[in-house]
Ligand binder design. Structure first.
Ligand code: HEM
Length: 216
């Protein structure tokens, strides 16, 4: 391992995977304003299943010394995602949504993380720091496109934690302070790359569904 802080090593080692995650057709079409609210809702629905699993693993690890600093019930996403799904699909949203195959794969991996604190951190970082970073740009675009206000539609991009830049700086400090050795750090880097891949596959599936719709 280099002498760089772990947060920096992790970011550098996975930034290539990030480029792939943001490059897919679904996000491109979404950002261009070419998708109906219902098709945007498909992404929220997949996030719903993933976050319920991720935060479920967090609950199981709340007393673990490695995971505990990252288990923050005040930012758990389920309630915000339910508000968003209710806004897009109405009160019977639950009957409208199904996990895609790639979401089921991601959820299965997330469930396994309840037994591996370092792996939980890898997935937590990939989703939460992503939604707090590029996600903020995506939220602003979505608000322009669909006119959503706070209260439902894009609530899962809102975090009640005060200053986001300060939170992210503290988050990186927690990554740097993790009480683990170099081998575990390497495993976490590998798991973060997998997390990117699994999340990217969810977006790829959503993109594939778009092509099917266009072809139909
Ligand atoms: C349109 C799509 C996206 C854009 C424009 C975007 C953009 C960005 C930008 C500009 C940053 C750096 C922010 C900063 O340094 O404070 C960032 C960070 C990040 N993004 Fe994305 N992103 C996108 C999609 C994604 C996706 C799909 C994921 C994960 C599945 C993701 C995960 C992350 C993570 C984990 C970070 C934090 C990296 C770090 O600083 O350690 N992003 N994103």
């Amino acid at each position: 391992m280099t002498d760089s802080p772990f947060s920096e090593t992790l970011r550098n080692a996975t930034w290539g995977d990030h480029s792939e995650a943001e490059a897919g057709i679904y996000l491109k079409e979404l950002m261009a304003g070419r998708l109906s609210p219902e098709v945007y809702g498909e992404m929220i629905a997949q996030h719903y299943f993933a976050y319920v699993a991720l935060d479920g693993a967090g609950r199981a690890l709340a007393d673990d010394p490695v995971a505990a600093p990252f288990v923050l019930p005040e930012i758990f996403r389920e309630e915000a995602l339910v508000r968003d799904l209710t806004t897009v699909y109405g009160p019977s949203w639950r009957d409208r949504i199904t996990p895609s195959k790639s979401t089921l794969t991601l959820v299965a991996r997330l469930n396994q993380m309840a037994d591996w604190p370092g792996g939980y951190v890898a997935h937590h970082y990939t989703r939460y720091l992503g939604d707090m970073s590029g996600g903020q740009f995506i939220r602003m675009e979505l608000q322009k496109i669909y006119g959503y206000q706070r209260g439902g539609g894009v609530d899962f991009y809102y975090f009640d934690i005060g200053s986001l830049p300060r939170f992210k700086q503290e988050y990186r400090g927690k990554l740097d302070a993790m009480p683990i050795g170099d081998d575990e750090k390497q495993r976490i880097i590998r798991e973060t790359r997998l997390a990117y891949q699994l999340n990217t596959e969810v977006l790829t599936d959503l993109g594939r569904a778009l092509r099917t719709e266009t072809a139909a």
